[in-house]
Design a protein. Structure first.
Length: 149
């Protein structure tokens, strides 16, 4: 008989805490982007993945928005609503790197706008700077970046 999957209150509160911290830092401004947390479970060798359902931003989410999926298959084990497409990226990280227990991927508005300009140069340098500092991403978008060295 399989062990049912339910939300563990301690892990749910930890997930919500970091969802709010990521939002407060300005890394998520929309429903795109997500985070995932691996939680051990006796019935699932790779554990289970706590995430949010699609169509909701991290800053809006509450306990009832948590979705738990299987890591290898993305089957929804608990919760309502589908996960975002980006959840598949996060699950792949978990499958390939069993020592990693959390992942965050974001779509910062300034970075989205930067890529929409269609003039990306020295991608690794620009993206590295944008990933370090949201203000730097906005400067790159505005063309006022002074770090082109």
């Amino acid at each position: 008989m399989s062990v049912p999957v339910t939300v563990d209150p301690k892990n749910a509160e930890l997930f919500l805490k970091y969802a709010r911290l990521v939002s407060a830092r300005g890394y998520v401004h929309n429903t795109l982007g997500n985070m995932v947390m691996r939680v051990p479970h006796p019935a699932y060798l790779q554990g289970v993945a706590y995430t949010k359902h699609a169509g909701l931003s991290l800053e809006e989410m509450e306990l009832e928005n948590i979705v738990i999926t299987d890591i290898p298959t993305s089957n929804i084990l608990y919760g309502n609503g589908m996960t975002s497409l980006g959840h598949n990226l996060n699950r792949e990280i978990f499958k390939l790197r069993p020592e990693i227990n959390a992942a965050i991927h974001v779509h910062d508005d300034a970075t989205i706008a930067f890529f929409r300009l269609g003039r990306v140069r020295r991608v690794s340098h620009d993206l590295h700077r944008a990933a370090i500092c949201p203000r730097q991403a906005r400067a790159l978008f505005a063309g006022t970046c002074q770090c082109r060295g």
